[in-house]
Ligand binder design. Structure first.
Ligand SMILES: [Zn+2]
Length: 91
């Protein structure tokens, strides 16, 4: 079974939580997804055709290659969403 996959999405998904923790940014579902969307629009997509087994190794490879870019994009997106939060204000 083959799948079309954007690795960049996995890498962002993997890195986002620790960065948001460090930055003390809202991590509700809406903000987290907003930040992911903005960061991913900023990063080059890395589409590949894969079967599920090969996924993990490849992600680690690309993760090292794009680490700085991904972190920069997430930080930028997080600061933007933090200033313009779209979640319900009631808390
Ligand atoms: Zn939020």
């Amino acid at each position: 079974m083959y799948k079309l996959k954007n690795y960049m999405e996995d890498i962002v998904n993997k890195k986002i939580d620790s960065l948001l923790n460090i930055m003390n940014i809202c991590q509700c579902e809406k903000c987290r997804l907003d930040i992911m969307a903005i960061a991913l629009n900023d990063l080059p997509p890395k589409y590949v055709v894969t079967d599920t087994g090969a996924l993990y190794t490849k992600v680690r490879e690309l993760e090292q290659q794009f680490e700085v870019d991904v972190e920069t994009a997430i930080v930028k997106a997080a600061l933007f969403v933090n200033k313009n939060p779209k979640h319900d204000v009631v808390k």
